[in-house]
Design a binder for this molecule. Structure first.
Ligand code: SF4
Length: 220
């Protein structure tokens, strides 16, 4: 268990030491296309079980052809599949994108809903995507727990959880709300560059002295 001072120090070090790393997918989308909730949502769906680096190109391919709910629907499923075929599970993703877009147009007047319940009620949207949309598109405090956030929080010894759902709840209890929105960004970059899934780079890790290295059997 870490105290609040240590948690704040860890977050501060992560912030300072991730600013020169390559942008996350959502950073890239916001920088290139603005804070558009629909594009953030679609990019997040495309990123599921895929690497940010390849998803960036797939998003650019898609958004160069269609950027609004109306334009995406006009593509129809087969054309959408052709554009995003390099993404894993592209058929399911295309189907979900079409269905989500129909719901957004028919039920929410063309706007991505601003609350977790409505987002989770749409096909293919889980907690991770809902929280990313709320925090990044709408500045609503939410902790988006992906594989990096789950892994690093447990390795550090901040929490002890088995599932991303429990990680979100556990982190909400110990992380002040003002840090919720940025936590995903810092930990995704840390996970992609330093605290990698296999053999993390502990010898150069700036938060090493605060880390319990839970479950780390091999490191560099
Ligand atoms: S010390 Fe190692 S296990 Fe801990 S956060 Fe850093 S890279 Fe990850």
């Amino acid at each position: 268990m870490k105290n609040l001072t240590t948690i704040k120090e860890i977050i501060s070090l992560l912030k300072a030491n991730t600013k020169d790393f390559a942008p996350t997918l959502v950073d890239y989308i916001i920088k290139k296309y603005g804070k558009d909730p629909y594009l953030i949502l679609i990019s997040c769906i495309l990123s599921l079980r895929a690497k940010d680096s390849s998803t960036i190109h797939i998003c650019d391919d898609l958004f160069s052809v269609a950027k609004t709910p109306q334009e995406i629907l006009k593509l129809k499923q087969d054309k959408l599949e052709k554009i995003i075929y390099k993404s894993g599970f592209y058929k399911t993703k295309a189907k979900n994108i079409i269905n989500i877009t129909k719901i957004i147009l028919e039920k929410y007047n063309g706007k991505v809903p601003k609350n977790k319940e409505d987002l989770l009620g749409m096909p293919g949207i889980g907690l991770k995507t809902a929280n990313l949309v709320l925090s990044q598109a709408y500045n609503i405090p939410a902790i988006c727990v992906d594989t990096h956030v789950h892994r690093i929080s447990n390795r550090l010894g901040l929490i002890k959880t088995k599932t991303p759902e429990n990680t979100e709840l556990a982190l909400q209890k110990i992380i002040p709300e003002e840090y919720w929105t940025d936590l995903n960004n810092f930990l995704v970059k840390w996970g992609q560059n330093i605290c990698t899934p296999v053999s993390p780079k502990c010898s150069i890790c700036k938060i090493n002295k605060y880390c319990d290295k839970v479950g780390v059997t091999k490191s560099r």
